[in-house]
Design a protein around this ligand. Structure first.
Ligand SMILES: *Cc1c(COP(=O)(O)O)cnc(C)c1O
Length: 403
């Protein structure tokens, strides 16, 4: 069997009739972009995460880039980025003209720790100004320790939560909330690419509790332009004799982007966001089924362990398999899964090993990242899956591994 109608991809969106109706209503209504669906989506995302502000944009990469630029990072600044993440995390730093120093990750979680972040900072060739933790697979990274380190060093924290919309933590003593609530970071970036937990086609957002940052991100999203008379810098050309700003007038107060998102995308995002809790619950249920069914394959196959106090909206079902010790290869296992109609993926080749980053920075020894990468495999996980699908994947995986 090859990729056909019954092929089970590793990730996929789930669209219902009400999503279709929401998008259709925008198509039949007035604004296709810069209309009311955008602030409506932003308000709903702020409510879902517990942040005071959300600024929506075209994708998760734009969200990261907006956050990096909006927080004033640029040439001469160094930013600590996990070695195991999607390339966009590091690219956002480079697009802002700042430099990346890659931190090692824990071999069994793929997450940076305060220790690996501090060790990375010691390798930077200039002043470290920020750290960009990634909530890999929907896990909640050790943000309390990272935020404490950042506070002590004067670093800004920007969370890459592209995998973790809907993940929650309860660390006791009332320290509870959702990823993106602004407790640990100046800004949090999300992606709503269809493979992520909720789908907008393409879409992203930054959440923050800082109203001035939210205003700046909104301005940067649209060319650095403002129509707010309170922000105008050139009163001589802005205001008519009666003291009012000219009706056509706007000012470009800094260099920005066109990182806007359309009403079509935000209508879909709003409709999908209403299902975030049920999607997250469904993902957790599937992960529980995987955990139960994979138990007999231990110790050859080990799913990522959850963290106490964290209710993850799992984005990926990661399993760690020591392919080499088992006398097989990941390629062979992926090929066997594919032949059984099952998609799988690797998240991720360490970013410092990408040719662009190899050219730019000397390779550091990152044993945790190397060990995580060597063993990681993402199995299918999405809300449209059934318990039967999980059983089929686990059976195929068991058959693909040497006994
Ligand atoms: C998907 C992803 C991004 C980028 O999001 P896009 O919407 O695809 O631009 C950034 N970081 C991580 C960890 C991601 O998984």
């Amino acid at each position: 069997m090859t990729a056909g109608p019954h092929f089970l991809p590793y990730g996929r969106h789930l669209i219902d009739d009400d999503d279709v109706a929401a998008v259709t209503a925008v198509l039949r209504g007035g604004a296709l972009t810069t209309g009311p669906a955008i602030p409506a989506f932003e308000a709903a995302l702020a409510a879902a995460t517990g942040a005071r502000h959300a600024v929506a944009c075209g994708n998760g990469t734009e969200a990261l880039h907006l956050a990096v630029v909006g927080l004033g990072l640029g040439p001469g600044d160094w930013v600590v980025v996990p070695a195991v993440t999607f390339v966009a995390t590091a690219n956002a730093v480079r697009l802002a003209g700042a430099e990346v120093v890659f931190a090692d990750v824990a071999a069994d979680t793929g997450l940076i720790t305060a220790e690996t972040a501090a060790a990375a900072a010691a390798r930077a060739d200039g002043p470290v100004r920020a750290v960009l933790p990634v909530h890999l697979a929907g896990q909640f990274g050790d943000l309390p320790a990272l935020a404490e380190l950042a506070g002590a060093r004067g670093w800004t924290v920007i969370e890459d939560a592209c995998h973790a919309v809907g993940s929650r933590y309860d660390l006791g003593a009332g320290v509870a909330g959702a990823v993106g609530d602004g407790r640990w970071a100046a800004a949090t970036a999300f992606s709503f690419h269809p493979v992520k937990t909720i789908a907008m086609g393409e879409g992203g957002a930054v959440t923050t509790n800082d109203p001035a940052l939210a205003r700046r991100l909104t301005r940067l999203r649209s060319h650095g332009v403002t129509r707010d008379a309170g922000e105008f810098l050139e009163p001589g050309q802005a205001f008519a004799a009666n003291g009012r700003s000219h009706p056509w007038y706007y000012e470009m107060v800094e260099l920005g982007f066109n990182y806007r998102v359309s009403d079509l995308q935000c209508a879909l995002g709003l409709s999908q966001l209403a299902k975030l809790e049920s999607f997250a619950a469904r993902r957790r249920m599937l992960v529980e089924q995987y955990t139960t069914l994979l138990a007999p394959l231990a110790p050859r196959v080990r799913p990522l362990a959850g963290t106490p106090g964290v209710t993850a909206a799992w984005h990926l079902q990661v399993v760690l398999i020591d392919f080499e010790a088992l006398g097989t290869s990941r390629d062979a296992v992926m090929a066997a899964l594919h032949a059984a109609g099952i998609g799988s993926q690797v998240h991720y080749l360490p970013v410092p090993w990408q040719p662009y980053y190899r050219r730019r920075y000397p390779l550091a020894s990152l044993p945790g990242a190397a060990r995580y990468y060597a063993r990681t495999l993402s199995l299918p996980l999405h809300p449209g899956m059934t318990g039967n699908d999980v059983g089929r994947v686990v059976a195929a995986l068991g058959a693909a591994l040497p006994a």
